[in-house]
Design a protein around this ligand. Structure first.
Ligand SMILES: NC(=O)c1ccc[n+]([C@@H]2O[C@H](COP(=O)([O-])OP(=O)(O)OC[C@H]3O[C@@H](n4cnc5c(N)ncnc54)[C@H](O)[C@@H]3O)[C@@H](O)[C@H]2O)c1
Ligand SMILES: O=C(O)C[C@H](O)C(=O)O
Length: 344
């Protein structure tokens, strides 16, 4: 794996801000990349930090949490992979955790319990995200921000407003992480269509809550002849995937392991884009003109400055067109709630 990774890295050009590291990879030049995880000791934070420690594109891994960081950082730091790991444990250390970060991943905040919606997390998580984004604006305004904390439909607009206030907002650098919806859509589709899961592609657009999650199974590949009933059931299962896990965990939180996997895929895509790898495309909830809504998840091409291109929806089935119209009022209201919170 390391040999093929080196081959792919060899031809990369680096961004002006990237230093070159010649260490651990013989004579190969690999850009230095710092990744900071905020909420690193949590249910998502721990396995996500582990996966980022395994990523050879990362040279420095900063782990920040308000509780239990030293143990997590010490544990992960013993793994014999490229990145140096430093744990940061208090508010006073947040600046150091963020300084020089290329990518900041935010899984800080409370998760759902059975019976709750993601919006029920707003009151606590909005404040957490606001504080963390103020620190990002101050210490690493050029970083690509991967927002995992829920409700994503509101926390991304909150982040945008905080960055605007600080004068640092760059819509190309702010992402709501919706990769878990894509991961689920791929898994559920492969199971129903009886196709190899590794070959499956399904765009998921809209937002990240209930009916705002709109998988476009009409565009899924490999193609399969699924009935309308099967497509409706697949759509519903994808939309309710988070709730399925919340209920199975019965009060002990929401998806953490599959989310860590999804978060690691998205952060890796951001790093590849920064490093100049061509044609890196992932779905993400970003500032958008794809619909009349100011933020919307769709396929995004990633590049050296973050978002290189927000791709359109492509042809939709009648069922998907209906789903798109139905999701708009809810998504808009969540976006406006976030904007109102951050601007008041
Ligand atoms: N985007 C998605 O697809 C997706 C998927 C799963 C979960 N989530 C969301 O991710 C969030 C985290 O979930 P979890 O299961 O890891 O929760 P968790 O409670 O296990 O972990 C959250 C961590 O955040 C830390 N934290 C709280 N305030 C902080 C602050 N101000 N600064 C730094 N760290 C802080 C806590 O100490 C804790 O370690 C939740 O909001 C959840 O809804 C999103
Ligand atoms: O469902 C949740 O609350 C967590 C997350 O948004 C998910 O989709 O698993």
């Amino acid at each position: 794996m390391r040999t093929s990774m080196l081959r792919s890295i060899k031809s990369l050009t680096t961004s002006p801000s990237a230093h070159i590291l010649r260490r651990g990879y013989a004579s190969e030049a690999v850009p230095l990349r710092k990744v900071t995880v905020l909420g690193a000791a949590g249910g998502i934070g721990q396995p996500l930090s582990l996966l980022m420690k395994l990523n050879p594109l990362v040279s420095n891994l900063a782990l920040y949490d308000i509780a239990n960081t030293p143990g997590v950082a010490a544990d992960i730091s013993h793994i014999n992979t490229r990145s140096e790991v430093v744990g940061y444990a208090s508010d006073a250390e947040l600046g150091k955790a963020l300084e020089g970060a290329d990518v900041v991943i935010i899984p800080a905040g409370v998760p759902r319990k059975p019976g709750m919606t993601r919006d029920d997390l707003f009151n606590i998580n909005a404040g957490i995200v606001k504080g963390l984004c103020e620190a990002i604006a101050k210490h690493c305004p050029k970083a690509l921000v991967n927002m995992i904390s829920n409700p994503v439909n509101s926390t991304v607009p909150i982040a945008a407003e905080i960055f605007k206030k600080a004068g640092t907002y760059d819509p190309k650098r702010l992402f709501g992480v919706t990769t878990l919806d894509v991961v689920r859509a791929k898994t559920f589709y492969a199971g129903k269509a009886m196709v190899p899961v590794a070959e499956v592609n399904v765009p998921v657009v809209g937002g990240h809550a209930g009916i705002t999650i709109l998988p476009l199974f009409s565009q899924a590949t490999p193609k399969a002849n699924l009935s309308d009933e099967e497509l409706t059931a697949l759509t519903k299962r994808t939309q309710d995937g988070g709730t399925e896990v919340v209920e199975a965990k019965a009060g002990k939180g929401s998806a953490t392991l599959s989310m860590a996997y999804a978060g690691a895929i998205f952060a890796d895509a951001c790093l590849k884009g920064l490093n100049g790898v061509p044609d890196v495309i992932e779905c993400s909830f970003v500032q958008s003109t794809v619909t009349e809504l100011p933020f919307f998840a769709s396929r995004v091409r990633l590049g050296k400055n973050g978002v290189e291109e927000v791709l359109g929806l492509g042809p939709l089935s009648d069922y998907e067109k209906e789903g798109l119209e139905k999701l708009k009022p809810e998504l808009l209201s969540s976006i406006e709630k976030g904007i109102k919170f951050a601007t008041q």
